[in-house]
Design a protein around this ligand. Structure first.
Ligand code: HEC
Length: 156
């Protein structure tokens, strides 16, 4: 038994010293890279999506705010909770026939396709606005999604 623990001790000394060697070589070859990696690891995923939501809010105001608001119908229908809702179903907004007949739930994918080209998505729609930049669409969709899940979480 004693012999075995000696072997284990020896073995772990070898392991520890080899890992120290490995660490040293990483440090000497690129301290900066090590730091970037460890910093990246310490950022939790939700912080990244929070940033995206903030960016989305800003872009929403700039790109969509001329026609939409969250809580009032304007040129376009109000948007709070639009994510996850069936298209064309804000009761007191007068949609085009195209939107009323559109059998679609607003999700990441359908919103993205819609924003690329509303007319191609629902022929005859009265929304004549396209958002070409994929990263802007993505951020705005994250924002609308965040508002939906936030308000349904509040309701529970
Ligand atoms: C030039 C005005 C205008 C701009 C800018 C605009 N929209 Fe619209 N939007 C409309 C109109 C009008 C409708 C109603 C379409 C219909 O009834 O055919 C609409 C409808 C929608 C719908 C369907 C809502 C529902 O209840 O089914 C979504 C989603 C939408 N817009 C998202 C956006 C987003 C996101 C932006 C910004 C990136 C945006 N729109 C920018 C005018 C606009």
């Amino acid at each position: 038994m004693k012999k075995l623990s000696n072997v284990i001790l020896c073995f772990s000394v070898v392991l520890i010293s080899s890992s120290v060697v490995a660490k040293d070589s990483v440090n000497s070859s690129g301290r900066e890279i090590t730091q970037v990696t460890s910093q990246g690891d310490s950022v939790p995923p939700y912080a990244v999506s929070e940033q995206l939501v903030v960016k989305g809010e800003e872009l929403y105001k700039r790109r969509c705010g001329g026609c939409h608001s969250l809580d009032n119908n304007r040129i376009g229908p109000r948007h709070r909770d639009v994510y996850g809702r069936k298209a064309g179903t804000v009761a007191d907004y007068k949609y085009s026939k195209a939107l009323r007949n559109l059998d679609v739930i607003w999700t990441d994918q359908t919103l993205d396709e819609w924003l690329v080209n509303p007319t191609a998505f629902a022929k005859g729609t009265s929304m004549g606005f396209r958002l070409k930049k994929a990263d802007e669409r993505h951020a705005i969709i994250e924002y609308l999604k965040f508002l939906s899940s936030a308000s349904s979480a509040n309701a529970q």
